[in-house]
Design a protein around this ligand. Structure first.
Ligand code: MTE
Ligand code: MO
Length: 447
């Protein structure tokens, strides 16, 4: 036993005598590749695994193996296993207007895997409930300073060549409950006002080049046909850059909650601009100053003044494993565990993510895993051996324009604590000696 422990210790000791907890997953794989065959079992991430010869699920017939299952044709549209009943959107009463129409349901990002949110779990923010539109009755009007004003059916719009692209949508109010002090000990409620999907539709640029914009068309108004309408002014520059009119979401039609049959997608910009149940696009030489960009969706500063037209969701990240809902309660001291999270930037592509274990004094670089796409969720990962010490665990993302997430101190010294929108200061998890995880704020200075 001691011999195994020795091999174990040796194999995990790097040049400068730091143990594996300080090294990345890639280093771990490199180290383990040099081990002798007998040591592999001892260094398995699983640790010592109990022999399974007496497991009744293996030895005996199981119920589901002795009879026919459901008819293969039972579900014309598949549904999740009933055992996954906890993986659901949840309503945040703090962010509702006292009813279940003008409110938000948060995405269970603590349960999410990879970078795509399944359609049934996509966060939903409505100002007047979910509209249900018959696609045959759908019309899109494009008017104002456009050479060829037009009213299009969905089929006509679908004649344009389509593109499929992966982008996140984030309400700028994501994390808003935490400006003054930690409000929720819960990742879903803290950062679940975002999701990421693969969208199919036409580049708005393609449509506008086809119809022809007037030279002085510099602003676009996008309005929905739901009772809220959600009118927002968007610079034509963005409309001609990467904005899309989308009808597809993860390989099927948009869900009603996401704006069926057509929504505007303004990649990386605040969720509110992504008009659902789209009815019209109007072009003008002046902005509209709609309710949604004057009374709401402005950035209150420390000075008491507010910034209008703050569109971009800045670089951000959060650790999803561990998190308050998925603590390290079952992890034993000495276990090697994966720290995982999501990073995103409305300005570009995630370049790197750093992790701190001590509240920001020291940082190590995590590895990015899977697809790394612009304005999309990006997964990061770090293999860590937890020795039972309490931690102040946090991530800090940097994008390819070298924007880096601020600390909470940096953010609130500029912004104050009365803001609602565009919070991207570091989220910190306190990991206790018992492996519990709490949402805390690291403040070295007073706001
Ligand atoms: N027509 C319309 N578009 C809308 C809204 C709305 O209420 N009506 N809500 C906006 C807000 S505030 C956000 S954050 C995003 C949310 O998109 P989702 O519900 O698909 O997650 O849609 C935006 N588009
Ligand atoms: Mo929003």
């Amino acid at each position: 036993m001691n011999k195994i422990k020795d091999i174990f210790k040796k194999s995990l000791t790097t040049k400068d005598n730091n143990t594996l907890e300080e090294s990345s997953r890639r280093d771990f794989l490199k180290n383990s590749a040099t081990l002798s065959v007998s040591a592999i079992a001892a260094t398995s991430i699983l640790g010592p695994v109990k022999a399974s010869a007496d497991e009744k699920q293996i030895v005996n017939e199981v119920e589901w193996g002795t009879k026919l299952g459901d008819k293969t044709t039972k579900y014309r549209y598949g549904i999740p296993s009933p055992y996954e009943h906890n993986n659901v959107r949840r309503n945040d009463p703090l962010l509702s207007s006292g009813d279940e129409y003008a409110t938000v349901t948060m995405c269970p990002i603590h349960e999410s895997e990879g970078i795509i949110t399944p359609n049934g779990l996509f966060f939903t923010r409505n100002h007047g409930g979910t509209a249900h539109i018959d696609p045959n009755e759908f019309r899109l009007m494009i008017h104002g300073k456009v050479k060829k004003e037009i009213v299009l059916t969905l089929d006509e719009l679908k004649k344009y060549p389509c593109e499929t692209r992966t982008y996140f949508i984030e309400c700028p109010a994501n994390g808003s409950t935490d400006w003054r002090a930690p409000q929720y000990n819960n990742l879903q409620f803290l950062k679940g006002m975002m999701s990421c999907a693969s969208w199919t539709g036409v580049m708005l640029k393609t449509v506008l080049e086809d119809l022809g914009l007037e030279d002085d068309a510099v602003w676009m108004l996008a309005e929905g046909s739901d009772n809220a309408g959600n009118p927002r002014t968007i610079p034509v520059e963005k409309a001609l850059d990467d904005a899309m009119l989308v009808w597809g979401q993860n390989g099927e039609a948009l869900r009603p909650e996401q704006g069926y049959p057509l929504r505007l997608l303004v990649p990386g910009w605040e969720g509110n601009l992504n008009t659902k149940w789209l009815k019209r696009l109007e072009f003008s030489d002046k902005p509209w100053h709609s309710k949604e960009e004057t009374s709401k969706y402005t950035m209150l500063q420390k000075s008491g003044k507010a910034i209008r037209y703050f569109w971009i969701n800045e670089v951000n990240s959060v650790i999803t494993k561990p998190c308050p809902e998925k603590p390290w309660a079952n992890i034993k001291i000495g276990d090697l565990v994966e720290i995982e999270g999501i990073a995103w930037s409305g300005q570009g592509t995630i370049k790197h993510v750093d992790i701190t274990f001590d509240g920001g004094d020291n940082w190590v670089e995590a590895s990015l895993k899977g697809l790394v796409l612009p304005k999309a969720w990006t997964r990061f990962s770090y293999m860590y051996r937890w020795e039972g010490k309490p931690l102040l665990l946090s991530s800090r993302a940097t994008d390819d324009l070298n924007n880096t997430q601020p600390t909470i101190d940096q953010e609130t010294s500029k912004q104050g604590v009365e803001s609602v929108y565009h919070r991207n200061g570091n989220v910190t998890w306190e990991v206790t000696t018992k492996g519990e995880v709490n949402n805390v704020h690291i403040r070295k200075h007073k706001a």
